[in-house]
Design a protein around this ligand. Structure first.
Ligand SMILES: *[C@@H]1O[C@H](CO)[C@@H](O)[C@H](O)[C@H]1NC(C)=O
Length: 511
């Protein structure tokens, strides 16, 4: 999510740039999804599982951080219990059956499966938990889609440098191999890593995710290269050792927001912003040439030289590594939430700490309250940015097959979540606009099935179709209005802006 909310800038520009898209997305009242389009929901291990030290699980970097410095989290909370899904997974699957969804995206906890971080010791109880969850899903024809790494790195590996240590390429590969071996007979969709930018920039360059290394302009680039190499390792291992027998797909879940020029003069600045903020991780895998985007290499090298570094702070790929990373994703996994406006002028000089990733990028980004719906600052609702992003992905990377791995909206709780409903409908409609123009989007995972531990925001920002009662030891889950609306979308395979749910109790439709 955005770091700066500069609300004072002229809105006139934004309105003129956006008007045409607003009209476009509202043009049909009922719109159909393509045949075979898949609907699902998503969660992540640390955000829902709880059982943080149960049955042999070792600590991860979030256990470590929240226990050592609890009030780094907005409500001083942690994921020790979270939604208690380690025990309540059958209820979770029951909710998916209520919704009628076809797949569930969840992540594995590395230190729950490998308590030493390495493959010398496999924790049977942890493996049993995931076997139970997978089997429960399959029993009801819900496709399991696994993320190998959704931010809960084993703390031991962090003490060895975590994603800044190049050996993590081996460690992650070893872990991926174990996961394919254990679950790949039943699991056919594998996402290696969730949101590279958040892992590397927020965790290593900044202080907004664990491990809060705050080594700006240095550590995020070390992490970036190792993460891409680790992803590629996991892909090649699947290709070489498992694909022929398991017939699945392997990909990566990018976080990409849309960066919109504030005015026509800012088109170049916005383009560079999109290159730095997400194409940084996409270009090495999806472009024909591979490697980082040229503009990123040029700018970081030039800045580094100016600043007196002996070489570029961007750790470059060797030609062999460029080859190793290129074309290592079977699907384009996309997490998308919002849009920011971009400009560049003299005020950018000295605006950011130097050196830093943002200083290297050299643009200023902001969001305005014009797009705020509901009470949360977290997810400004700008659906036409989703359309523009999908269009750019189609045009720049030869129309890859896209799975939306996350899209959703934060509230501060309550069952009557009309803002979430509006956001869901308008974003799905913008996605349909892109599909109608040729984008090959085939799946959509709503974030999230239920409220969960929202990282630095604790339990304040709520993303669930189901509300979770954290006062209740049973962690009771109750469907919100958005759950009934999503259910209707899934059931009718269409989007009806006028549908008003009449049910207040969920039932399971027989298939
Ligand atoms: C830079 O652009 C912003 C937004 O358009 C404007 O508010 C600001 O005054 C400009 N600063 C300079 C130094 O030109």
């Amino acid at each position: 999510m955005m770091l700066r909310f500069l609300t004072l800038f002229a809105l006139i520009f934004c309105i003129s740039v956006t008007e045409s898209h607003k009209i476009k997305s509202a043009r049909h009242d009922v719109r159909n999804f393509p045949e075979g389009f898949l609907f699902g929901t998503a969660t992540a291990s640390y955000q829902v599982e709880g059982a943080w030290d149960v049955d042999g699980k070792a600590p991860n970097i979030w256990d470590h951080m929240t226990h050592n410095d609890p009030c780094l989290i907005k409500d001083c909370s942690n994921g020790d219990i979270a939604d208690n899904s380690y025990y309540l997974y059958k209820r979770d699957v029951e909710m998916m059956r209520e919704l009628g969804i076809k797949f569930y995206r969840f992540s594995l906890s590395w230190p729950r499966i490998l308590p030493t971080s390495f493959p010398d010791e496999i924790n049977e109880a942890g493996v049993q938990y995931y076997n139970n969850l997978i089997d429960e899903l399959l029993k009801y024809n819900i496709e399991p889609m696994i993320t190998l790494y959704h931010w809960d790195l084993p703390q031991k590996l962090q003490e060895l440098g975590g994603w800044t240590n190049p050996f993590i390429v081996d460690w992650f590969g070893d872990y991926a191999r174990i996961a394919y071996r254990l679950f790949g007979d039943r699991v056919k969709y594998w996402m290696t890593i969730n949101e590279p930018y958040q892992v590397c920039y927020q965790g290593y360059g900044d202080v907004t995710k664990a491990p809060r290394l705050n080594m700006k302009g240095i550590a995020e680039y070390m992490c970036g290269k190792n993460l891409l190499m680790a992803h590629a390792r996991a892909y090649h291992i699947y290709d070489d050792e498992f694909r022929s027998s398991q017939n699945g797909v392997v990909f990566i879940a990018y976080s990409a927001q849309w960066y919109e020029p504030e005015s026509e003069n800012e088109i170049q600045a916005a383009e560079e912003c999109n290159q730095f903020m997400w194409a940084f991780y996409v270009h090495p895998i999806f472009s024909e040439t591979g490697d980082y985007p040229p503009i990123v290499k040029e700018r970081v090298a030039a800045k580094s030289a100016e600043q007196g570094f002996a070489r570029s702070r961007l750790i470059e790929f060797t030609p062999e590594e460029v080859d190793y990373v290129r074309d290592t994703a079977d699907i384009f996994g996309l997490n998308h939430y919002s849009t920011n406006f971009v400009y560049r002028n003299d005020s950018v000089n000295g605006y950011y700490e130097s050196p830093s990733f943002y200083d290297d990028m050299g643009v200023i980004m902001y969001q305005t309250d014009e797009y705020k719906i509901g009470e949360s600052d977290f997810t400004k609702s700008i659906p036409w940015g989703f359309y523009k992003l999908l269009t750019k992905i189609r045009e720049d990377y030869n129309n890859p097959t896209v799975f939306i791995c996350e899209n959703g909206f934060a509230t501060h709780g309550g069952l009557n979540d009309d803002d979430r409903v509006q956001n869901m409908r308008t974003y799905l409609s913008a996605m349909l606009d892109a599909i109608e123009e040729g984008s090959d989007v085939r799946a959509y995972a709503f974030w999230s099935l239920m409220d969960n531990f929202e990282w630095m925001q604790g339990y304040i920002e709520r993303f669930g179709l189901y509300e979770v009662d954290y006062e209740d030891p049973e962690r009771t889950r109750t469907p919100r209005k958005s759950a009934f609306v999503y259910k209707e979308i899934v059931k009718t395979h269409s989007l009806d802006f006028h549908y008003e749910p009449t049910d207040t109790v969920m039932t399971i439709d027989e298939l």
